[in-house]
Design a protein. Sequence first.
Length: 255
Amino acid sequence: MFVLMLTMILSVAEMNDNELPANLSDLYGKALTAMIRRLDQHRKGAGGDAAEVEQILQRLAFHSHIRDSQFRNFTTSEASGWLASGTAMHEGGWAQVSALVRRGRLPLLVALEKNAGDEEEYRFSHLTFQEFLTAKGIVELVERQRTDEEAKAELVRVLGVGDKLERAFEQAKWQLVLRTCADLLVSAGELQRMSVLLLGSGEGSFKKGGKELGARALEPYLCANHQLTSLKFEEGDLGDAGLRILVDGDDGPRR
């Protein structure tokens, strides 16, 4: 993970005149853009299809991640189904993307051995790429909803934790995704709305499972939510590091 992160930071800095990424979402966004742009330049010397390839990858990541069971490996039939249910732009997208993977031209995805059902399986080369693209999908989904009620219904469907959406911060599956959502929403000026959708108002209650990563995911939403009056953590699972993050914030003590 450290080597991957360092490589991406150096590549993105070189691409942006030695300017370092502002945060993790900025890093992954620019790294993905750079990878896809290199693919396009190699294919046609222009980069005209970069946005389409990214949207295909985002749809694959999103649908893979929101599954109830294992959420890493997916089959050819699953990928084709996810893309077929999208826009006309996605039709035939899996044939294009899987061909690039097999030729070693799209390092964001890797081909695995055939499963017990003799069907080809794929996965994102690193979970953090899938998590970043899933976060983008969630942010765009919420922004498309006309009302908060519609937005909350979509979050209930996607996160799979029931009506108490704060439970998502207790699950490792969603912690980095939600933190990345917060980074993306700060740029869009929508963090406060998302915070109220996820945490509600009054007392916030969290059970075992949060730990430090959960605290890092939760911290920006707490800062943005002025309708919470108190927080309750059960079973003492937050840990000293997580508690310091919520009390002081990632960037030092809160005022």
